[in-house]
Structures are given as C-alpha cells and as structure tokens.
Design a protein around this ligand. Structure first.
Ligand SMILES: Cc1cc2nc3c(=O)[nH]c(=O)nc-3n(C[C@H](O)[C@H](O)[C@H](O)COP(=O)(O)OP(=O)(O)OC[C@H]3O[C@@H](n4cnc5c(N)ncnc54)[C@H](O)[C@@H]3O)c2cc1C
Length: 338
C-alpha cells in the first residue's frame, strides 16, 4: 500500500546532502501507485517533483509540494536477435546495477557509463554521458506517465530529442512527465570505445585483454581516482556543462590561449572544457566557508559539511560571472535547481 509521508527529510536523498524537507513524499513501486498519487484529491494543485537518486539536483529550500520518488524495479529481457538484445529496466533500478548486469552478460553499449550515480529513470533526462558514450546510443524507448492527465506515453529514441546533456524531458516535458521504464538495445557483439580520456592507457597498463568487463573496471578505477565520492564529500558530479560556442569564436579564443582544450561539436560549433575555463579563473581547490571547488576537478562543487544551498548557488553564480568576464563565455549549470 502506498503511503504519503509528510514533512519528509530529503537530506539522505540528495548527494549534496542539503538538509531540506518535502511537505509530502511518496515512493511508488508501480504505475498504479503513481496514478494513485496523481488521482489523490487532497493533492490537487500541489507542486510535484520527480526524484531519482538525487545525484543531479540542488534543493534550494524545503519543497512545498510532493516529491515522487519512483521505485519501480526489475530488468527484463524483452527481445533479441542475432546481434542485439532489448532490455527493459524500471525507473527505480540503480543505474550502475543495470550497467553491471549488462557487462556481466557481455552485452555492450553502456560499459563506458559505468559508475555514474543515479537511477535508470533519470538516464534519459540529461542523456547521461561519459568517456565518449551517451545513453542515447542505447536507449530504444522511454515509457512514462504525463503528470497532468495520468495518460501513459512511449517515446522512441528520436522523439526523446536527445542532445548534449539534454532531452525532451529537460525541455518541453520538463516537470510534466514521470518516466517509469526505459528499454535499451544492447550489442551482443560489443564495439569498444576506448579512445577517450585515459581509458586506453589504463587498459594497456593493467589488463591483457580489451572487453566490456575490463573497460568497466578501467573506467571505475579512473573515476574513483578523479572524482570525489559523494558519500565522503557531498557533490553532484560536474556542476557545469561544457559550453558549445560558434567555431569562429572558439578559434579566436584558441589563438589567445594556445593550450585551451577544444573539441569538435558540429560543423558550426565547438565544445570548450568548462573545467579548464573555471581553473583559469583561479577557482580550482578554492574553499569558501562550507563549500568549495574540488582540488582535482574544477567542475565539481563540494559541500564540506552543513552547507546551505544558498552557499552553493552563490559559489556557482560567482564562478559563472568570472568565466564570463574573462572569456565572454556562459557556463550553464548541469545540475537541476529545485
Ligand atoms: C560523483 C558524480 C559523478 C557523476 N558523473 C556523471 C557523468 O559522468 N555523466 C553524467 O551524465 N552525469 C554524471 N553525474 C550526474 C548524475 O549522476 C546523472 O545526471 C544521473 O543521471 C542523475 O540520476 P538521478 O537518478 O540521481 O537523478 P536526480 O538527480 O534525482 O534527478 C535529475 C533530474 O531528472 C529528473 N528525474 C529523475 N528521475 C525521473 C523520472 N523517473 N522521471 C522523470 N524525471 C526524472 C529529476 O526531476 C531531475 O530533474 C554524476 C553525479 C555525481 C554525484
């Protein structure tokens, strides 16, 4: 039976460890339980927020509405052919458990996305990406329910309008849809992507064979070395997106800053490294009272303990301002403010 709790602490449910409360909280384990919440007359007109693993959110205060925390579990094989396998995973499945299940079975496509915190339901929202791979390359369909009328939906890959850390769920459907299940198309004959970051180097150094299992292990090793563990130093991973700018603008900047990293985006645009820009503005390792910028990764903001969300929003705004002043570039937040 679904229970709706009141005055519920969200401190353990967000990786920034911000100490806020939700007026109402429910953790539905099925679509029927989601509909029960949506049809509850006492909750008509009450603001709703869908929470996954809380690893990409910054709660800026108590939430005066209902936090819906889907706990739909299960990974099911729904189809296969000679080359592919289709799996359906519940929104409440922990993302890395899903990845580890695929890797164990030698199904390729998500191994480079190993060790990203959060749940399956959030993976399509910002089209999670790491080490040269994005979730969009394996997501087949996304199932869910529209919050306004309780109607079900199924969006295919194209309809999800995936972009860099972006999708329809962050745009037109922002705050309007709850994802219940995602189907993935995995490769029975994996294609290895190892050119990105230090993956190749890590594989050569420590593994005799390239396969999905070793790619996963190598990526976990690299991530553990580079990124702070939110359990020890509360954070939400990269706080900022890498800015996409017109090629001409990027080339002018490159002339001025020769060692500035620059990546191709599309024919007309280039991607700058937000971490590098922030580091050049002197923020890396800087601490201000309870918050700061990680000493090894300028993209990561940290709550050193007891921080108010306003300390993090102020730090983020100051960083954005200084990058704008020095480079005339806007760095957008990747983290969702609630
Ligand atoms: C240490 C660390 C490393 C990270 N590394 C990466 C990385 O390499 N690449 C990357 O892309 N991200 C990374 N992230 C960010 C984060 O892990 C991902 O964005 C992840 O997908 C968020 O999942 P979540 O379940 O925690 O979502 P939440 O933070 O709970 O929610 C994120 C957004 O998705 C929405 N949402 C969540 N579930 C649903 C649902 N079922 N239906 C509809 N909307 C929903 C929320 O409303 C919110 O807007 C990292 C974070 C941390 C802390």
């Amino acid at each position: 039976m679904l229970t709706i709790q009141t005055n519920y602490s969200l401190k353990q449910l967000n990786t920034f460890n911000i100490d806020v409360k939700a007026k109402y909280y429910a953790a539905p384990t099925s679509e029927d339980e989601i509909l029960e919440i949506l049809n509850d007359e006492s909750l008509v007109g009450v603001p709703r927020f869908i929470l996954g693993g809380g690893s990409n959110v910054l709660f800026t205060g108590d939430f005066d509405g209902i936090v819906i925390h889907p706990q739909i579990k299960g990974i099911e094989k729904i189809d296969e052919d000679e080359n592919h396998i289709w799996l359906c995973a519940g929104a409440g499945v922990v993302w890395d458990i899903f990845v580890s299940y695929c890797v164990k079975n030698n199904w390729g496509g998500v191994e480079n996305l190993s060790f990203i915190p959060g749940n399956v339901g959030a993976a399509p929202v910002q089209n999670i990406g790491a080490y040269g791979v994005e979730a969009k390359s394996t997501i087949d369909e996304v199932y869910g329910i529209y919050l306004e009328n309780g109607e079900p939906f199924c969006l295919n890959n194209a309809e999800c309008e995936f972009g860099y850390r972006d999708s329809v769920f962050k745009e037109e459907l922002k705050g309007k849809a709850i994802i219940t299940e995602v189907t993935f198309k995995l490769n029975k004959k994996p294609v290895y992507i190892t050119h990105y970051g230090n993956v190749e180097e890590e594989l050569t150094k420590n593994y005799s064979k390239v396969n999905v299992q070793n790619i996963r292990k190598a990526i976990i090793t690299i991530r553990e070395r580079k990124l702070p563990d939110p359990g020890k130093l509360p954070n939400a991973g990269s706080f900022f997106k890498n800015p996409i700018v017109p090629v001409e603008f990027a080339e002018n900047l490159k002339q001025k800053y020769e060692n500035m990293p620059l990546f191709a985006s599309d024919k007309k645009h280039a991607k700058l490294a937000a971490g590098w820009l922030i580091e050049q503005c002197g923020w890396k390792g800087k601490r201000i009272a309870n918050v700061g910028v990680h000493e090894h990764q300028a993209l990561v903001l940290i709550n050193y303990g007891g921080a108010e969300a306003s300390e993090l929003t102020k730090l983020a705004a100051d960083i954005q301002q200084s990058v704008k002043e020095k480079f005339y570039v806007e760095v957008e937040s990747e983290v969702n403010y609630v």
